[in-house]
Ligand binder design. Sequence first.
Ligand code: ATP
Length: 268
Amino acid sequence: MTATVEAARATTGNAVRPVRFHQVGKAFGTGKKSVVALEGVDLAVETGEFVCLLGASGCGKTTLLNLVAGLDQPTTGRIELGSSRPAVVFQEAALMPWLTAAGNVELPLRLAGVPKAQRRAKAAELLELVRLGGLGDKRPHELSGGMRQRVALARALASTTDNTGSGAGKPSLLLMDEPFSALDAITRDVLQGELLRIWQATGTAILFVTHDVREAVRLGRRVVLLSSRPGRVVREWEVAGLAGAAEAAAVEEINAELRKVISSHAAA
Ligand SMILES: Nc1ncnc2c1ncn2[C@@H]1O[C@H](COP(=O)(O)OP(=O)(O)OP(=O)(O)O)[C@@H](O)[C@H]1O
């Protein structure tokens, strides 16, 4: 079977989907030493949707995001990318230490050839959005871990927005790989709330990787569970709008399913 990543019009009716996987597989290496990280993954993210991808350590979550981001190629299957330029926010903010916060946010715009005045204005707007207005001249080492992740989020939003000219009319897509897992519990809680606000304000689709069930249910409208090696989609839950007892019940049910997946892998 051929493996491709297509910048195609992945459509549902007339709408363009940010991304769709068709039976995607990924193996590292060949022969006896080959590691099959993903197998037969079918998954779509709709325009403006917030999907949390959940799975045990090593089940292929990062591999899957890397395929969407174009950092790696699938071995089998096909990925249709309707999004103009997916951006990734990693566990560590990975900011350029010699640039200010504003300079980091401007970077993707600079690389896309956006004129200076326009990118300054966009960076200021995005720093306001992540509640860092007035801190644009700080360098990464002058900011807390939570603030650095806010800058990384603003930078990712800068690279997904269509003001770069190339992606007019295409849905934006943000890929997030356990972005809050290195933060303390209070900062994580605050940033989860902020991310929901920003998601609602921007309408960008988000594919968010986590191994924390509570985080997945709080943030996602849909939670997708991957099995352990090879990673396949085991089950999905619609969790939009759950609160109180219903949210707690969903967390419990998904936790039970995750434990099953982990123990079946351990027994294999
Ligand atoms: N470049 C690589 N070469 C060989 N094996 C790899 C490579 N990248 C990932 N793998 C293997 O593929 C599997 C999936 O890895 P991946 O990092 O995608 O898992 P993950 O679900 O993101 O894990 P975690 O939650 O611990 O970050 C693992 O067994 C890993 O060892």
